[in-house]
Design a protein. Structure first.
Length: 275
């Protein structure tokens, strides 16, 4: 390309230095030199210019082909995008349906498990309640029988002591020299009989109070177990750790004071539980 510009400069120099034709604007130039420079220019022009000219000549057809190809690509892209969108929608619907079915299945399983837990808790509560009722009846019956036996024994002892005292009093009264001593002895025996009867009644009250205290502990443990079971049901816990076997009522009761001490117990609410 540099040779083209150089040859053009030489042509310009030849024309400028050429001799003028008199009476005209023309000039005389060496034909051979000019043709040689023109050949150099023709040979030095790159072939890309010819190709560019061909492109310019075929511009309309190339633009038309490009537009047609672009339209084809766009239409194909639209079709593919619609197909992909339709497939994505179908896949989304399928996933949504599967998720909904899975959620429904999980809800059904949770409901069934909840109903099972409720049924088990209800059965366990009923069993504990029945067991507590039977234990209460048994303890109450034994306490009543023991109390009645103790009272009967105390009454018999009291009656015997009173009868012995009266007989002894009558015997002593018949003897004038020991009347004062007989009265004193009779009063002592009667007082002893009253004291023994009071002691026996106190022991009976203590026994009944201890039995009722043991039953109260059983009922309290049962109530705590039922409350824990209900709390675990509300929080969705699956562990059945709310069953607590009550302490046997036949265990040895806690040591208590003498029979003369108070026999009132204080329950958890603060109210005295009189026996």
């Amino acid at each position: 390309m540099y040779r083209v510009f150089e040859a053009l400069d030489e042509l310009v120099a030849i024309v400028e230095e050429a001799r003028s034709v008199p009476m005209t604007a023309g000039c005389v130039v060496p034909r051979g030199d000019v043709l040689e420079l023109l050949d150099d220019i023709k040979d030095s022009i790159p072939g890309e210019l010819d190709d560019a000219q061909d492109v310019l000549d075929q511009r309309d057809s190339l633009v038309g082909n490009a537009r047609h190809h672009a339209d084809t690509v766009i239409n194909k892209a639209d079709s593919e995008s619609e197909a992909v969108l339709a497939h994505a929608r179908a896949e989304a619907d399928r996933i949504l349906a599967e998720a909904k079915a899975q959620a429904d299945r999980m809800v059904d399983e949770a409901s069934a498990h909840g109903r099972q837990l409720v049924d088990e808790a209800t059965g366990e509560a009923h069993r504990l309640s029945t067991s507590a009722a039977r234990e209460f009846e048994a303890v109450t019956g034994r306490a009543r029988a023991e109390a009645q036996r103790t009272i009967d024994s105390a009454n018999n002892t009291y009656d015997k002591s009173v009868a012995d005292g009266i007989a002894e009093q009558q015997r002593l009264v018949s003897e004038t020299e020991v009347v004062a001593a007989a009265k004193s002895e009779a009063e002592r025996i009667i007082d002893a009989a009253h004291a023994e009867a009071d002691r026996l009644r106190g022991d009976c009250d203590v026994y009944v109070d201890e039995k009722l205290a043991g039953f109260e502990e059983i009922l309290t443990g049962t109530l705590r177990s039922v409350n824990r079971g209900r709390h675990q049901l509300r929080t969705g816990a699956a562990m059945h750790d709310y069953v607590e076997y009550p302490r046997s009522v036949d265990e040895a009761p806690a040591p208590r004071g003498a029979a003369g001490q108070t026999r009132d117990r204080i329950d958890e609410s603060g109210a005295p539980l009189a026996v």
